[in-house]
Write a protein that binds this ligand. Structure first.
Ligand code: XMP
Length: 513
């Protein structure tokens, strides 16, 4: 049976995924479609029974030429619609309301006065704390609509149609700063759309296993496991479906952290996955010799990885490929008009485009990271893997500025272990997106004992982030930084200086290369 679900139409807002995730957290399935999706596309979704539509925020202005809008047929579908921010303005505008640039922008935490606590605002107090971020404002509504809330700047901060289930909120209920945003979304799902909370990420296990069996039949499939949570969960799922006809391949590039390859191999073997570990350390090092340009490093590693993996796939006679692609990967590379290429991301999940497989199966394609983690826990994968911080495909190679050598890799591994140990000991790691070290190409003077020392400078980076697209540097306690720096300079004698990276993303990126 299909679960009840809500479609989010994407107007390019930064919180689009957050809306879908919040809906899912309430037990209702949700997917994102481009803003110009047609009623047929929405009706034809096989993954859910569509019970409502949410229009996301976005950077455009509804009054400008060629502003993104919805297919008018969507209004005829009889489905409840909730417009958020740009969606709120659009819903008012296409019904003949007045929307224009306000005198002042409203940005950040705002207190709205709730005039009528009904529908989406049922149960709300006279004043609610919400998160606003808009320049345009709705100033007038056609007579068939009524205002539900206002602020000094926004006379119509929330509205509804008097008869039809159409709602608009100028603020962002999906953002944690909106104190009772979860209740507002729950009102829309359960009071307005009458959804049942009948979706759980775990339910996808049976479906995924069935699908893998159907596609692969009696043949063999391969999967590349990097050690990250996505590929590991996909491998365990596929192994449940295919047994020994799944061949999981872990390429040991030599660019992994301390003990990482061994840990992944042991965990997968314990879970009964048929795993081949390919020791390709020399091959990678050889190709990286003398290479200093970051993009060149990334290209070489990506290319070499495909070669090694292709050789294995051919050797074991696999006709199908399993990949750990997850939902955001698919949306970002699909319909979203994407910004400039900043780095060539090497994603083990997205690699072998030139390889000839009969089909590619992506059992996690509809799930978010936190849902994949939940599923991983259910499948018995150790927490050390399921909760692991993101790690770039090209590994430590992009954390060593300049040429990558065995000596530098060995040194950086020791430094990284110290950073990880100390952050985890402090107990702050759960709140961090990543915490790691970078080996710079700078040498500097120090003094150890009574003698002059000349050695490396390493940088420590710790960031907070929701999705890796933007990030803030972590305001780490001095005592933690002090412990890290003392241990590194004591235990890794080649290092004489430790610096802390205090840049946000943007303007920086998270990794140094
Ligand atoms: P940047 O450095 O671009 O990284 O701010 C954003 C997030 O992506 C990770 N990252 C990668 N992940 N292949 C990956 O699968 C890559 O080539 C790659 N490069 C960076 C990075 O660790 C951060 O979490």
């Amino acid at each position: 049976m299909k679960p009840d679900g809500v479609v989010v139409l994407d107007f390019g807002g930064q919180y689009c995924h957050l809306i879908a995730r919040r809906v899912r957290e309430l037990g209702v399935y949700s997917e994102i479609l481009p803003c110009d999706a047609t009623p047929e596309e929405i009706r034809g979704l096989e993954t859910m029974r569509v019970k409502g539509i949410i229009l996301s925020g976005g950077p455009a202005s509804v009054t400008e030429e060629n502003a993104p809008t919805i297919d008018k047929g969507i209004l005829e579908m009889g489905l409840p619609i909730l417009g958020l921010c740009y969606g709120h303005q659009l819903l008012a505008y296409i019904h003949g309301g007045e929307v224009r640039r306000g005198e002042r922008r409203e940005y950040g935490i705002t207190y709205v006065e709730i005039d009528k606590p009904v529908g989406v605002l049922k149960g709300m107090r006279p004043i609610e704390r919400v998160w606003m971020s808009h320049g345009d404002t709705v100033f007038k509504l056609p007579p068939e609509f009524e205002t539900l809330a206002h602020t000094d700047i926004s006379p119509i901060a929330a509205f509804r149609h008097r008869v039809k289930p159409l709602y608009g909120l100028q603020w962002h209920p999906e953002v944690a700063h909106t104190e009772r945003g979860r209740e507002m979304l729950a009102n829309f799902l359960f009071e307005v759309c009458r959804c049942e909370a009948n979706w759980r990420p775990e339910d996808t296990v049976e479906k995924a296993i069935r699908e893998i069996r159907e596609v692969v039949g009696d043949s063999r499939a391969v999967i590349a496991v990097s050690g990250g949570v996505d590929s590991t969960v996909a491998a365990v799922l596929a192994s449940k479906a295919l047994g020994d006809r799944l061949i999981a391949v872990h390429v040991d590039t030599g660019l992994m952290r301390e003990g990482e390859s061994r840990e992944v191999a042991e965990a997968l073997k314990r879970l009964g996955v048929n795993l081949i570990v390919v020791d390709a350390r020399e091959r990678f090092l050889k190709r990286l010799r003398g290479v200093v340009d970051p993009e060149e490093k990334r290209r070489i590693i990506g290319e070499e990885f495909i070669r090694v993996f292709e050789d294995e796939a051919r050797r074991v006679g696999a006709e199908y490929l399993i990949q750990g692609t997850i939902y955001p990967d698919r949306i970002e590379s699909g319909f979203r008009r994407y910004s400039d290429k900043i780095k060539t991301h090497h994603n083990v999940g997205g690699l072998p485009s030139k390889m000839e497989f009969k089909a590619v199966v992506e059992p996690l394609r509809d799930l978010y990271k936190d849902e994949v983690r939940r599923l991983g826990e259910r499948l018995g994968i150790p927490a050390s893997i399921v909760r692991r911080q993101p790690f770039p495909g090209p590994g430590l190679a992009v954390r060593i500025i300049g040429e990558v050598t065995e000596e530098k890799l060995e040194l950086l591994r020791r430094v990284e272990s110290i950073v990880e140990e100390e952050v985890e000991r402090e107990g702050v790691h759960e709140g961090l997106w990543q915490y790691f070290a970078v080996l710079t190409d700078t040498k500097s003077t120090g003094v150890k004992g009574d003698e002059r020392a000349y050695g490396w400078m390493v940088a420590v980076r710790m960031v907070e982030s929701v999705d890796g697209m933007t990030a803030s540097f972590y305001k780490a306690p001095w005592t933690l930084l002090e412990r890290i720096s003392t241990r590194i300079t004591n235990e890794v004698p080649e290092v004489v200086r430790v610096v802390y990276d205090i840049t946000h993303k943007p303007p920086s990126t998270i990794e140094w290369e």
